[in-house]
Design a protein around this ligand. Structure first.
Ligand code: SF4
Ligand code: SF4
Length: 342
């Protein structure tokens, strides 16, 4: 459904006060399609004017910076997009103190991150979880953590909808791939401008066009996998599944897209995929540097037929590496040319 109401201005309230490292904010500064500057300076036609309030990137500090939070709370920034970075701690498991907070109230007590989510989420046009901690809990929510941390959909509910009818939008990644995040934000801005239908999300609330394919499906080492040719040590250009790559069962586009401007990535450049975009990360992937148990069957099957396929391909490849016989100097034309005007 296309939102018909045209929005002239959108504020982005970006809260980095979850349990996190600000890595997603930093990562996003590397985006180029679009860049943060493109969005803020109005380089993209048709978009609303965008005001960004992120503590890492803002000029304002202290209470001046916090004033935007209070305006949003009072309903004076309508519409605004709430971006949450870092996982949400469970503040109910202790009698005093706080796990995470931003700003302070009249009595000088810190305002917890969960309080801000409770205050702002119901007033937001859309809520976006940036990075795997905010989306699914991530590293901070791993077994043995003391905070009871969780992702935003765990906290608000997986079927939660904003007042504009938008589900929570999850852009996972640890950190988030720069252009993945900015592309999602761009989509939402087009949606707010009435130029796009409701953002398509999968069952884990991820934008479908970014996360529906697996790492393996976009990895340029998959040719080695298919031929049963596996690296036995780091530094090899071959498939690294036996060194711990989880690519065949992980949804992420980084090897296909690269990290910045097509450069970098993970298994495509020799680093095992540890499944950092997945709801089961990190516990279900550890220890990272062991071969994934599920890959043993598929890799041994491809190893058995891969040798035969490789030798047949080598044979064909040898013939393709030789030019046709008629490409020679000499008095006679041997190309098979038949003139039609004789
Ligand atoms: S390195 Fe990983 S993602 Fe790439 S082909 Fe091998 S198993 Fe698949
Ligand atoms: S390829 Fe794997 S490790 Fe790399 S960003 Fe994607 S999910 Fe994370």
């Amino acid at each position: 459904m296309v939102t018909r109401t045209r929005v002239e201005e959108v504020h982005i309230i970006w809260m980095t006060a979850g349990l996190g490292c600000d890595g997603d904010t930093i990562s996003t500064t590397a985006a180029s399609q679009p860049s943060i500057e493109d969005v803020l300076l109005g380089a993209i036609p048709g978009l609303p004017k965008v005001y960004l309030h992120n503590p890492v990137l803002a000029y304002e500090t202290g209470e001046n910076f916090m004033s935007w939070w209070y305006k949003a709370e009072r309903g004076e920034l309508d519409p605004f997009v709430l971006v949450v970075e870092g996982s949400i701690p469970n503040e109910k498991i202790k009698s005093e103190g706080y796990w995470a907070a931003l700003g302070s109230d009249e009595s000088g007590q810190p305002i917890t991150t969960t309080t801000w989510v409770d205050r702002l989420a119901p007033k937001a046009w859309a809520v976006v979880a940036a990075g795997t901690c905010a989306t699914y809990g991530g590293i901070h929510a791993m077994a043995g953590n003391p905070t009871g941390a969780m992702g935003l959909p765990d906290y608000l509910g997986w079927h939660w909808k904003s007042k504009a009818g938008n589900p929570i939008v999850c852009v996972p990644g640890c950190p988030v791939q720069p252009d993945n995040f900015m592309e999602t934000l761009l989509y939402l801005l087009y949606q707010a401008a009435g130029l796009a239908p409701t953002i398509p999300l999968d069952e884990a609330l991820r934008p479908t066009w970014l996360f529906e394919k697996t790492v393996h499906e976009g990895c340029d080492r998959a040719g080695y996998f298919e031929q049963g040719d596996f690296a036995t040590e780091y530094g090899s250009p071959k498939c690294i599944v036996k060194l711990g790559c989880w690519g065949p069962v992980v949804q992420c586009n980084v090897p296909k897209r690269g990290w910045m401007a097509g450069i970098g990535g993970c298994p495509n450049v020799g680093g095992i995929c540890i499944g950092c975009t997945m709801p089961g990360f990190p516990d279900k992937f550890m220890p990272f540097m062991d071969e994934p148990p599920g890959s043993k069957f598929s890799s041994s099957v491809s190893r058995s037929y891969g040798r035969v396929i490789r030798s047949l391909r080598q044979f064909t490849n040898d013939t393709l590496n030789k030019e046709p016989s008629w490409r020679r100097p000499g008095p006679e034309l041997k190309t098979g040319y038949q003139p039609t005007w004789k």
